[in-house]
Structures are given as C-alpha cells and as structure tokens.
Write a protein that binds this ligand. Structure first.
Ligand SMILES: [Fe+2]
Ligand SMILES: [Fe+2]
Length: 324
C-alpha cells in the first residue's frame, strides 16, 4: 500500500511558516550537546575503542556520574559498587553505554516536561528507546554492517515529536485535542501544518546531522520514499511499526506504514519477521528495567492523567500475534 499523499515533502505537508521560522531560530540557540554528537560518531565508527568512549564520557562529570549510577542499578546486580567509568563500561557494554549516554544528552536538550502537563513524556521516551533497541537487533538479524547506526536512527526517529512536545507545547496541545477527538495523527498534523517527520528532518538538517539520520527521521512513516539509505530507513520504519507488537507503540494510526515494502527492502520473509518478533518479546523484560533506570536518572516523573491514552500501556497492550 502506498501512502503517496503522506510524503512529508509533498506541498500539502508544508510546515506553518512561523513554525519553520522558529525552527531556524532554534537551531542556532539549541543544539545537541557536542558530547552526544561525539558519541554518535564513536558508536558508528568501527575503529573506535572502549577507551575512546570512556574518554568522552569522563569529560562530562555529570554524565560520568549518571553512567556509574546506571551500572550500579539493580538491573546489573553487581556484587561490589562500581566507582569508575571503566568498570561501568565493562558492566554495561560499549554500544549500550553510548546509547544511554546519548539518551541522557537528548533528554537534557529537550525538556519534555515543558509539554502539556499531563502528556506522557516517559511513554514517548520509552517508545524511542524501544525502536532504537529493535532497530539494533534487526540490524544484527539481517547482517546490516552497522548496528550502531540503526540504534541511533531509532533513538532519533521521533525527534520531531520531541521538538513539538518540548518547544511548541501550545501547538502540541492543539494536536492532542484533535487526536483525542478521533483524528488520525498525521492528518491532524497536516491540518495544523506541523508534520513531526518534517519538523524533525528540518532541525536535523539545520544541525547538519549525518544524512542517514535525516532520511530516517523524514521517511520513517513512508520508507518507500527514501532515496539513499533505503535499508536503514526500512529498518527504522519496521522497528517503529513493531514497537506496538512489543507494547511500546504510539497509539493511533500513526504506524500505518507499508510493511511489505520494508520487508522486501530488508530481504525478510514474513516467517523470519514472526521469528524476530518472538525473539524480541522474549528479551523485552531484560531490556525494560534498563530503560526505566535510564529515564529515572534523566527526568522527573510526569503526571499522566490526561494524555496517557496516547501511549499504549506496555502491560496491557503487548500484542503477540506478529505481523504477516
Ligand atoms: Fe513518527
Ligand atoms: Fe515512532
């Protein structure tokens, strides 16, 4: 099924000029911490070492402290206290450490607590973490040479929603009102001229993030439109769609993507996909405590009374039927 009219670069998806203008201003005022950008390149550099990663993390005492605190969390059940970044890396693992450090950097840049006060910010972060985790596992399954790149694309894919939530809270509130009234998410964004895939892409472009991430952000809902990084975009898009299968999808029809296209772009059969879903569902309980620990050290808790329905409750929504 093609979703042609939903191509975020089509004229009907054009951003509100004021939003585009504010994004340009914002790109000068707000940036991803340089440490996050450095971590991004280290994680995706096959020649980088644990020592390189450690040196970057140690340059930021607050980050180093958080990383050490994560290594000491109950998730890793270490016997004696971890006191150094070196030991923390040994406990947590190279890619996971970079992933968590990046998550913390993003969280610091975009305070999603500025959102409508009842928005389920934690649900949005958990979704981003889940897609990142799935993309990394999917990359390993299909033999994609750079699972770190897939992981980062997954973490960044909803950059636009994160921006809308944290920097355009009033507009985001209008969007929520439309969605809660029954409108399709992307259609509501089109009506308000705030397509999140386009918002994320525009900022990623202004920030000069690598093109591969720009494309993953722009086309995660229409992977068939990708031009240069077709496999990575298909992996991000499929992981996004699969997130609901493991209980971390964004509720609404936002995930109506062309699964058939992604499967063929990744040379995956529906049977292989079913296997993958079964494997990941079996592992999700290992990953979830780590994500929760990460979020706990990164942000204050939110009160989810009004908008929690926008994010599926993982305990209730796990759908184990698979995709065919
Ligand atoms: Fe999205
Ligand atoms: Fe998503």
């Amino acid at each position: 099924m093609s979703l042609g009219p939903l191509d975020p670069l089509s004229p009907e998806c054009r951003l509100d000029p004021q939003v585009a203008h504010r994004l340009r201003d914002m790109s000068l005022l707000v940036s991803l911490p340089s440490i996050t950008l450095r971590l991004m390149s280290l994680i995706t550099d096959p020649n980088s070492s644990v020592k390189d990663l450690r040196e970057v993390v140690e340059k930021d005492p607050a980050l180093a402290a958080k990383v050490i605190s994560l290594a000491n969390s109950s998730y890793y059940s270490v016997r004696s206290p971890i006191k150094t970044v070196d030991r923390a890396i040994t406990i947590i693992g190279y890619q996971e450490l970079g992933f968590m450090a990046m998550g913390l950097g993003l969280n610091e840049t975009f305070n999603i607590n500025a959102a409508p006060e009842d928005f389920d910010g934690e649900g949005l972060w958990l979704h981003s973490l889940a897609v990142s985790w799935l993309a990394q596992r999917l990359a390993m399954k299909i033999g994609f040479p750079d699972s770190g790149e897939a992981m980062i694309a997954g973490l960044l894919h909803e950059l636009g929603i994160i921006i809308l939530v944290s920097k355009f809270p009033l507009l985001f509130q209008k969007l929520m009102d439309l969605i809660l009234a029954g409108h399709n998410w992307l259609a509501a964004e089109n009506a308000l001229k705030i397509r999140h895939d386009l918002v994320g892409y525009e900022l990623a472009k202004l920030w000069k993030l690598p093109e591969v991430y720009q494309e993953a952000i722009l086309y995660h809902h229409v992977p068939e439109r990708a031009r240069q990084n077709k496999v990575l975009v298909a992996m991000t898009s499929l992981s996004d769609a699969l997130s609901s299968k493991i209980g971390f999808g964004l509720k609404t029809e936002i995930n109506e993507v062309d699964l058939g296209y992604s499967l063929s772009a990744l040379s995956l059969t529906p049977y292989a996909l079913q296997d993958f879903i079964r494997e990941t569902i079996g592992k999700i309980n290992e990953a979830l405590p780590m994500w929760r620990q990460l979020l706990k050290s990164a942000q204050r808790p939110t009160n989810n009374s009004r908008f929690s329905s926008l994010i599926k409750d993982p305990a209730k929504s796990a759908d184990h039927d698979g995709v065919s």
